[in-house]
Design a binder for this molecule. Structure first.
Ligand code: PA5
Length: 455
């Protein structure tokens, strides 16, 4: 089976520390502690053993549900936000044909609940007007505003079209086993439902039903993905020495670069299929590490597109950046540059070369230029875009992120800062329980945001 690889050569040259001397013991202790506590309810470490321990009955239920949807509906709307959305979208986008949102002959996938954009919701309902569709609503808390609003709109649309009973047959709820508004609704209305384990937080949940149900509905091989994750689990345990443990090494080099003023990490890719892997990665590292006034700022660039927009800054701007490049060895399709007798565009020197070969040369050239420009480069190699390899990749990042947050001295499993905007928004919207909107808060609101703008 193919293996994701990590190459630190172009980053290690920026530091004068022996990573193994400094981090082998620390990372092993962190891993041992996490492994020991993985079953504890309040530690949010349930994801660590998940690929190995995943319940086969749940996998069968996921498979059956996906089969049923494929047989009956032409489209499915996935409703969720943050950790309840990005993992599934990342995998579906990476594995589906580029101009489709699902594998051939499977229900076409739409997304909702990831924003509060009125036009988006309006046009989505219009788009779904003549489509026979089902809905998967995902929310661990069951009370998040964005998916809550989207689900209300879609539920109303389905119920108007086909009545409450038929609508309920087309809705799948993925939420807490016992608590929350969505669990209550799912039980009352008899939706097919899946439970999210208590000890797994949103951004670490792609290998639970949160990620697996949508991935299966889009027709992708979630069992291969779990197998890939299991492979990565085995090669990143506390028993694997630092020199062979890519999760520990990635966590260590990030922290070492951060200590040297490299406070921004750019996750770069050269394939459009990785677009939502980048979004998922940004959430994983951003919410896990950005706290207590600390943390590398995770950003992303899609090359070669962004070489024509961000390339200048990366090459010659402030030296606070390092890059992690996801390097794809081979593509599924082969397409060569055609030869032309006229050669007016002077591209005949590339004639008959596969486009991917040119992309690889762009990647190598850029890596050398950026390293010469003072930008350390970490390279992750991925042989091909398959479910198995994506399973490895996602688990690798989860493990590395947890180690990295611990090295930094923050709790990588909470996100207290996310509540600040919600508190203000609820107060301004006069949500029950938030009536004590202080005069001060209202006075500070930009006049542009006041009621007159709304009508
Ligand atoms: O990673 C997280 O915990 C968050 O991004 C959540 O997944 C996100 O806020 C959605 O929460 P919920 O699943 O409760 O609707």
């Amino acid at each position: 089976m193919s293996q994701i690889t990590l190459n630190l050569d172009n980053a290690a040259s920026f530091i004068d520390t022996d990573l193994s001397d400094k981090y082998a013991g620390k990372t092993r202790d962190i891993l041992q502690k996490m492994e020991k506590n993985s079953d504890k309810a309040d530690e949010f470490l349930g994801w660590i053993d998940l690929p190995e321990k995943i319940d086969n009955e749940i996998l069968d239920k996921i498979e059956n549900t996906a089969r049923q949807f494929k047989e009956n509906y032409e489209a499915v709307v996935l409703v969720g936000i943050g950790g309840s959305y990005l993992g599934a979208r990342a995998v579906i986008h990476a594995l589906s044909p580029i101009f489709k949102n699902a594998y051939t002959d499977n229900p076409e996938v739409y997304y909702a609940g990831q924003n509060l954009d009125e036009d988006y919701h309006y046009e989505l309902l219009e788009e779904l007007q003549d489509k026979d569709y089902g809905v998967v609503v995902i929310s661990k808390s069951g009370t998040t505003t964005e998916p809550g609003i989207a689900f209300r709109l879609l539920k109303q649309d389905l119920e108007r079209k086909m009545g409450k009973e038929e609508a309920a047959k087309r809705i799948i709820a993925i939420t807490d086993a016992k608590k929350g508004a969505l669990r209550k609704l799912a039980d009352e209305e008899g939706y097919t439902s899946f439970s999210i384990p208590d000890n797994i937080g949103g951004r670490y949940s792609v290998l639970t039903s949160v990620g697996l149900v949508p991935i299966a509905l889009a027709g992708h091989n979630f069992r291969d993905m779990i197998e890939g994750a299991e492979n990565m689990r085995k090669v990143t345990t506390s028993e694997v020495p630092f020199g062979e443990n890519m999760a520990s090494q990635y966590a260590a080099i990030r922290n070492e670069l951060y200590a040297r003023g490299k406070v921004i990490e750019l996750f770069g890719t050269y394939s459009t299929r990785f677009h939502y892997i980048q979004e998922w990665w940004r959430q994983l590292f951003g919410e896990s590490e950005g706290k207590d006034g600390k943390g590398i700022f995770p950003s992303s660039v899609e090359f070669t597109t962004d070489l024509h927009s961000m390339g200048q800054y990366i090459q010659e701007g402030h030296k606070m950046i390092f890059e992690t490049i996801l390097s794809l060895y081979s593509t599924d399709q082969i397409l060569a540059v055609p030869s032309r007798d006229d050669d007016t565009d002077q591209l005949n020197y590339l004639a008959e070369k596969p486009v991917h070969e040119i992309n690889i040369m762009a990647e190598s050239g850029t890596r050398l230029a950026h390293v010469d420009g003072g930008v350390p480069n970490i390279t992750l190699g991925i042989p091909r875009i398959t479910a198995y390899n994506l399973g490895q990749l996602l688990y690798f990042f989860e493990k590395a992120c947890a180690i990295s947050g611990n090295l930094l001295g923050v709790n990588p499993f909470d996100q207290p800062g996310v509540e600040a905007y919600k508190k203000n928004m609820f107060a301004l919207l006069q949500k029950p329980g938030f009536e004590t909107v202080s005069e001060n808060l209202l006075k500070r609101v930009n006049p542009h945001d006041q009621k007159e703008r709304l009508f």
